[in-house]
Design a protein around this ligand. Structure first.
Ligand SMILES: [Zn+2]
Length: 218
């Protein structure tokens, strides 16, 4: 594929899943389960991973990780179990690490290499816009019943309303580290190595939508 053939909207992600059925409960890609399991083994241990998956009612995934999209209720339950069972800092670290791992997975398997080369050649602003537009096309695979949006500017802002990661949570700080980690890994690889992503507003604090700032100019 030459650079001029590159159509970011249609080609930046290879289509993995069929489009959602409006009648069915919302579903989310299996990375939100599998990478949390990996992060628990890396940062905690197998016993803690067993316990947290059991609390979430997902023990079956310890033996056989999901290979297809899962009901979003399972992702919500796993995040709730993380926060219930681990100290605040440890839960945040696991969630963020799972997000970074999800970014790695997308870079290795879902975002075609020619598209990645094009993004890396562009200045950070246009690369970020193209990336976030392509992500929008696939947002339903990771926000479930939530709503994704973004706004270019300084900094760039991504919003997720009806966010599943913090669904039903009440906290005194933002808790959607999974998304922050995933966006940070993608942006550091494809937009600028200096890119940092942090969640500045979270529904767990009563905000109308979770909001993430992407900044590579700090
Ligand atoms: Zn949030």
């Amino acid at each position: 594929m030459s650079q001029s053939d590159f159509q970011p909207d249609s080609q930046l992600y290879s289509q993995l899943h069929s489009q959602p059925d409006k009648e069915q409960p919302a579903r989310i890609g299996p990375n939100a389960i599998i990478r949390v399991g990996e992060a628990l083994l890396a940062l905690e241990n197998a016993e803690v991973a067993e316990r947290i998956f059991a609390v979430a009612g997902l023990s079956r995934y310890r033996q056989t990780p999901p290979s297809e999209m899962v009901p979003e209720a399972e992702v919500i339950a796993l995040q709730q179990a993380l926060r219930a069972e681990l100290p605040v800092d440890a839960a945040a670290a696991v969630s963020r690490d799972a997000g970074l791992r999800t970014g790695d997975y997308l870079l290795a398997h879902r975002i075609p290499k020619p598209a990645q080369r094009v993004l890396k050649l562009l200045p950070p602003g246009p690369a970020c816009r193209m990336l976030l537009k392509a992500v929008a096309k696939n947002a339903w695979t990771f926000v479930g019943s939530g709503h994704y949006g973004f706004e270019m500017g300084r900094p760039v802002r991504v919003s997720i309303a009806q966010c599943p990661i913090c669904r039903d949570a009440t906290a005194s700080f933002p808790v959607c580290d999974f998304y922050a980690g995933a966006f940070e890994r993608l942006c550091q690889s494809l937009v600028s190595p200096r890119a940092q992503v942090r969640e500045t507003q979270c529904q767990a604090l009563g905000a109308a939508a979770c909001q993430f700032e992407i900044d590579w100019r700090r």
